[in-house]
Design a protein around this ligand. Structure first.
Ligand code: HEM
Ligand code: SF4
Length: 571
């Protein structure tokens, strides 16, 4: 993984010292709340419903066991002993004291971590696939490119005050696991006929209040031009993006307003000034960065292991875990393992300090000391020998980290919602818990099969509800919490049908109704599915109608009408 050099370390130390002084001046009243606000935000500190919220970056989701142990220590010493892994490779602490945040950053700097650009209208954490470097489908490892973008964009003065926050995702596989279509810039690595590496460049995607999928503006950009081309895009956005209205400030609105073709023309015009200039990436520079991402020292192992096969045959719980939480690996004899953060006893994505330490131990013992954070809010051990799977399973089980549900309905994505977030219209964690409780039967869950359920507490869509097969969105109706349901969204990741936005099925529901609604949707699917058809495929074959009919059947028309009338205010 990328290791800091002396310059990186020095920059981080200076930054912590600067921030420490800013906090001090705020405490003594030398800085007003308004003056302190942008300074704290530039260091990842929000003020939330109950307490500050501190967002720590995990660049492209890659963590060492040492870093995870440090996160555990920080969560224990300065928070309530847990942290929350988000959909964008960050860890959020929900209860730190403002006064402690310089100390937290100092501890993080010891292990080459920080919170810079985790907030503010700048280029945020660059995200990628949690299987980067190990995916059998991989065209090229996206991490060196993500790191290039990180180095280039961190402290980039020209793009520190964009019209709005800016998110870039890079995918290196034929299957997109980084949801590139829902990012401001999505970069899909491709190989041309000559075997050279380049990027398909997508622009103007995003969820939130106005969900839009990104448009391709370049079919094949040679990798040498990555930074100059991204710079050209950002310049066009910086010049024309709307600063008058924060709700219309994202690049997706600009691309939509101009049209992708016109936007592309503007970018090409700007690029003419930058192409082949100093930001062009040289082979030496790429190789310098790529050396940080070489494969670990794999042993030559047989692809199968008899002990594992025998345990799978004799122990259904282990077989289930292998079926859902163990993933193929480029290297024979190895597998990637998802450490689930979806035990129903904890909010989705939450991880206690003790659990973080347990996962760090597992990484040291079985995965070359390395881990990943997935955008589905789980952790991944990327390089586990197949023969060690039973040991990993036992150890994960002991800590409540072996929930065997990856990709199933209860492996849901869920934002912190009204329990923490001051922007929320409704709570989302109790909704997640109620659904997880309703679908606790593993036999049933396995029978239902692949189903993504995503929950957001407001239209900002942090929980990615637009791209859930079933999406649940908290809406406010006259001060009460209601939930709107969408169907058919997905991030399938397969070329040609990577991502789609869900469709609203109709009037929203009370919190108490939601589990029953989900159950009805699932029952409708089970009754209608063809042999191996997934929920999503059945939905695409049948459309909204049968699901809608089943869910609203028996609801009183009056209630329906009132609800429908109110709905329009939330469009
Ligand atoms: C688990 C916690 C969180 C996660 C995973 C998360 C992640 C995200 C993601 C993925 C989006 C969608 C952006 C897009 O694709 O356009 C988003 C939007 C947004 N989030 Fe969060 N976020 C979290 C917490 C928060 C909190 C606590 C705040 C409040 C300070 C917040 C404020 C926003 C806003 C304002 C937007 C809309 C941005 C826009 O469309 O311009 N988020 N967040
Ligand atoms: S979706 Fe809304 S409620 Fe949920 S974390 Fe984002 S801003 Fe907060």
């Amino acid at each position: 993984m990328y290791r800091y050099d002396a310059y990186d370390h020095a920059i981080l130390r200076q930054r912590v010292a600067q921030y420490r002084d800013q906090v001090r001046r705020w405490k003594t009243g030398e800085l007003s709340d308004d003056e302190f606000r942008p300074l704290r935000l530039q260091n990842g500190l929000y003020i939330q419903r109950h307490a500050p919220m501190f967002r720590i970056a995990v660049p492209y989701g890659l963590l060492s066991s040492t870093q995870l142990r440090k996160l555990a220590e920080v969560a224990r010493d300065y928070d309530r002993g847990y942290g929350h892994f988000t959909t964008r490779h960050n860890l959020q602490l929900n209860w730190p004291k403002v006064e402690d945040t310089p100390d937290i950053l100092e501890k993080l700097a010891d292990v080459e971590m920080h919170a810079i650009q985790t907030s503010g209208n700048c280029v945020r954490n660059v995200t990628t696939s949690h299987f980067a470097g190990i995916d059998p489908d991989e065209i090229a490892d996206p991490r060196p490119f993500a790191e290039l973008l990180r180095e280039w964009s961190t402290f980039q003065p020209e793009f520190a005050f964009l019209p709005r926050k800016f998110k870039i995702a890079v995918s290196g596989s034929t299957r997109d696991r980084a949801v590139t279509l829902a990012h401001d810039i999505g970069l899909n690595i491709k190989k041309n006929a000559a075997g050279e590496i380049g990027f398909e460049v997508l622009v103007g995607g995003g969820l939130g209040r106005t969900p839009i999928l990104a448009k391709v503006i370049e079919e094949f950009l040679p990798w040498q031009h990555l930074l100059t081309f991204v710079e050209a895009i950002l310049r066009v956005y910086n010049s024309y993006g709307r600063r008058d209205n924060p709700y219309k400030a994202r690049i997706k609105i600009l691309v939509h307003a101009l049209g992708a073709e016109q936007f592309r023309k503007e970018v090409l015009e700007e690029w003419a000034n930058l192409k082949d200039g100093p930001s062009t990436v040289g082979t030496e520079e790429l190789e310098r960065i790529a050396r940080h991402f070489t494969a670990p020292d794999y042993a030559a192992l047989p692809a199968r292991d008899e002990r594992v096969d025998a345990l799978k045959a004799s122990n259904p719980a282990f077989a289930r875990w292998v079926a859902r939480n163990v993933h193929p690996h480029k290297q024979p004899g190895y597998a990637a393992v998802t450490i689930s953060l979806k035990d129903p006893r904890q909010p989705p994505g939450d991880c206690t300090s003790e659990q973080m330490e347990a996962v760090a131990d597992l990484a040291d013992q079985f995965s070359f000391g390395e881990l990943r954070v997935s955008h589905e809010q789980n952790l991944v051990l990327p390089d586990v020998p197949v023969s060690a799977l039973p040991d990993v399973w036992e150890a994960a089980k002991a800590k409540g980290l072996s929930t065997p549900t990856v990709g199933l309905l209860t492996d849901l994505i869920c934002c912190p919602g009204g329990d923490y977030c001051s922007l929320a219209n409704a709570k989302s964690i109790p909704i997640a818990a109620a659904i997880q409780e309703r679908f606790a039967d593993l036999d049933y869950l396995f029978d239902i099969g692949d189903l993504d359920l995503n929950i957001s507490g407001c239209m900002n869509a942090c929980g990615h509800h637009h791209v859930g097969h079933i999406g649940i969105l908290g809406v406010d109706k006259n001060g009460e919490e209601w939930y709107q349901v969408t169907l058919g969204g997905h991030t399938d990741g397969v070329k040609g049908r990577e991502t789609a936005l869900g469709k609203v099925i109709g009037p929203s529901f009370s919190a108490a109704e939601v589990p029953e609604v989900v159950e009805t949707l699932v029952r409708t699917y089970v009754a209608q599915r063809h042999d191996d058809e997934r929920f999503l495929d059945t939905f695409e074959r049948l459309g909204l109608a049968p699901f809608k009919e089943a869910v609203y059947a028996g609801r009183r028309p009056a209630a329906l009408n009132t609800s429908a009338a109110r709905e329009s205010t939330h469009a």
